[in-house]
Design a protein around this ligand. Structure first.
Ligand SMILES: [Zn+2]
Ligand SMILES: [Zn+2]
Ligand SMILES: [Zn+2]
Length: 83
């Protein structure tokens, strides 16, 4: 069954899989989705890797507005110095 991206209309190809957003169920191509950790998944499985869920770019903004910031913002948790 051939999916197409709900964002750009691109058809699924072997090298460009269409995946489904876990919030709204929209099919999205590899360009128009982001895989990020979603705590809601931990209830489904106890494997840490399974927490990674597919998000369309809309839902990424709506449900996880900070997810993209956290990735690019770097690690600033290092504030401690021992004298
Ligand atoms: Zn697309
Ligand atoms: Zn979505
Ligand atoms: Zn999510």
């Amino acid at each position: 069954m051939a999916w197409e991206c709900s964002d750009c209309g691109r058809k699924e190809k072997p090298e460009s899989k269409i995946t489904v957003c876990h919030h709204c169920g929209r099919p999205v191509c590899s360009v128009h989705h982001e895989k990020i950790d979603d705590g809601a998944f931990s209830a489904w499985s106890d494997q840490a890797a399974a927490n990674v869920a597919v998000h369309c770019l809309d839902c990424l903004q709506i449900f996880h507005p900070r997810a993209t910031d956290a990735e690019s913002g770097g690690r600033s948790a290092r504030g401690l110095t021992t004298a």
